[in-house]
Design a protein around this ligand. Structure first.
Ligand code: GLC
Ligand code: MG
Length: 549
């Protein structure tokens, strides 16, 4: 199937389904749930890393790219999973974490032991003449980005946790080693690859301080050389499979660069994730802050990216949720009174756009953030560091806790809620993260009485069956409506208008004259009346289709 017709589902293996009662999801658990994935009718599954790892950053600290962590299963479990998914037409996308390795990786260990070859795999630098760290860069998880390299007088760079050492991509041996990893998994039948924070690999050879008032990330993020690296990786690995599907996680990228990464003429990636729309509830760009989302900004970002990528023949990954984000329902919808309608509205926004939709597990049953009441429930390193930093900078416990509660990555990492039982049907043991609202939100309930899952099935089907959804051009509708985000899709003589009410109040939209005779392709409310003054109910989405001839 063409990429434009595909929908990708993301599984956080740790939290999907636990087959052996250790409280942690595993590959055999995923195998058991294949019928569920088939019912949803997705085309590919992106799995977060399940390679050997000390799990300081939940598997994004990889100690061996070639082996499955025993907590998740064995290589034969993996092969069985790939084969069983393949048999029903579902592909596998693996998470390639190539900006850094765990400090437990043999490359880092050899470097520590003095092996020159592997010392060149990492960024090792001396302190400045005054004894201060090599640069003033900050780690994204808090604290400085440099730690002492063993007993030597050197420091190694880590943009994330101190146990995640950055690989030096200037070294051709590093790039070759990464391509080799991709090729190993290709030979196991894997066609999909997600490249973790791939656009921070393009550091300068000479690492220098960020000037005062400038964030250090602007020095190394999204630089032009990343495109050379991607072209090389493409040619040396996945580019040899005509049906490979790749996505780069692009921190603070631009439309221009994202067109570069994804325009097919460049032979780099199939698509990219950008995060600008998910920063519209940050105060001054700061994640660890709280405010309700800025709707005009959100609209302008969604529209600007869709328009720009369309014009440059780029391709975007479309998503609201992933394992690093609190649930979108809590941020852009109404998880209380309009949980169902707002879940469907948010889904409509991305599934009918131009790009490839990603569904994060649980989204299709309307899962929301857990309701924890103490820091003791949070386990993510980023949340724990952020809490400490907030308190240190003067926030009261209560204020710091409220911020963590709305922003922690743990919010999306809670176990998939299969049923209403105390452990949500996820495990027979003690779940590694505690579910809190499974009594109300769970798969059994949703499949028997709910409408969100069915709505997702419809959206997925539309992409597969209607060329305008897969391949139509994106066009701006109007951006000045106070509560509706709408857009056009266009293909040949067909026009699709998608209207989404982002608020809990009813509103009216003046329908363009040519749409008054349109047919309702889809709505999350019954009995929609197409009329010059279209009434939209709380969180209603409507998709209208006309043929201009
Ligand atoms: C990506 C991952 C995130 C991880 C980070 C460092 O952003 O999605 O979970 O912590 O990279 O690897
Ligand atoms: Mg288990």
């Amino acid at each position: 199937m063409k990429l434009s017709q595909q929908v990708i589902y993301q599984i956080y293996p740790k939290s999907f389904y636990d087959s052996d009662g250790d409280g942690i999801g595993d590959l055999r658990g995923i195998i058991e749930k294949i019928p569920y994935l088939q019912k949803l009718n997705v085309d590919m599954i992106w799995f977060n890393p399940f390679f050997v790892s000390p799990q300081n950053d939940n598997g994004y600290d990889i100690a061996d790219y070639y082996r499955i962590d025993p907590t998740f299963g064995t290589m034969s479990d993996f092969e069985e999973l790939v084969a069983k998914l393949k048999a029903i037409g579902i592909g596998v996308m693996l998470d390639m974490v190539f900006n850094h390795t765990s400090t437990e990786h043999v490359w880092f260990q050899k470097a520590l032991a003095g092996d020159r070859k592997y010392q060149k795999f990492y960024y090792l630098r001396h302190a400045k003449p005054d004894g201060s760290l090599p640069t003033n860069w900050e780690s994204k998880f808090g604290g400085p980005a440099w730690s002492p390299f063993g007993e030597s007088d050197l420091y190694y760079l880590h943009l994330y946790d101190p146990t995640q050492a950055d690989l030096d991509w200037h070294n051709p041996a590093v790039r070759a080693a990464c391509a080799e990893v991709v090729n190993y998994w290709r030979q196991k039948g894997v066609k999909g690859f997600r490249f973790d924070v791939i656009n921070v690999t393009g550091k300068a050879a000479q690492l220098v301080d960020a000037p005062k008032g400038v964030a250090s990330k602007t020095l190394y993020t999204d630089t032009p050389i990343v495109q050379d690296y991607l072209k090389e990786l493409n040619a040396a690995s996945f580019g040899q499979d005509p049906d490979s599907v790749t996505v780069g996680e692009m921190s603070s990228t631009t439309i221009k660069n994202s067109i570069g990464y994804t325009n097919p003429d460049n032979h780099e990636l199939s698509m990219v994730f950008n995060f600008h729309h998910l920063k519209t509830d940050y105060v001054d760009g700061r994640k660890w802050s709280r405010m309700s989302f800025d709707f005009p900004r959100l609209k302008h970002l969604l529209d600007g990216w869709a328009t720009g990528m369309n014009a440059g023949n780029g391709w975007q990954a479309l998503f609201w949720n992933n394992h690093d984000q609190p649930r979108a329902l809590n941020r852009f919808g109404d998880p209380g009174r309009y949980r169902v309608k707002s879940a469907e509205m948010l889904a409509t926004v991305i599934h009918l756009m131009r790009g490839t939709p990603f569904i994060y597990m649980g989204e299709e049953i309307g899962m929301t953030d857990p309701d924890y009441d103490s820091m003791a429930d949070y386990v993510d390193i980023e949340a724990l560091n952020a809490y400490r930093a907030l308190v240190r900078s003067g926030y009261s416990h209560a204020d710091a806790f409220t911020i963590v509660k709305t922003k922690a990555r743990d919010n999306s990492r809670t176990p998939m809620q299969w049923d209403a039982s105390p452990k949500a049907g996820f495990t027979t043991g003690r779940p590694w993260l505690r579910p809190t609202n499974q009594a109300k939100i769970n798969v059994v309930q949703e499949l028997a009485h709910g409408e969100i899952f069915k709505y997702y099935q419809q959206l997925i089907k539309l992409r597969k069956t209607l060329p305008i959804v897969a391949d139509g051009d994106y066009r701006t509708w109007r951006l000045d409506d106070d509560q509706v985000f709408g857009y056009w899709r266009q293909l040949g003589s067909q026009q699709l208008l998608v209207l989404n009410n982002f608020y809990a109040t009813t509103t009216t939209v003046d329908l363009p004259a040519e749409m008054v005779t349109a047919k309702v392709l889809l709505s999350n409310y019954d009995a929609v009346k197409v009329q010059p003054k279209m009434v939209l109910q709380p969180y209603q989405s409507v998709a209208l289709l006309v043929n201009k001839n």
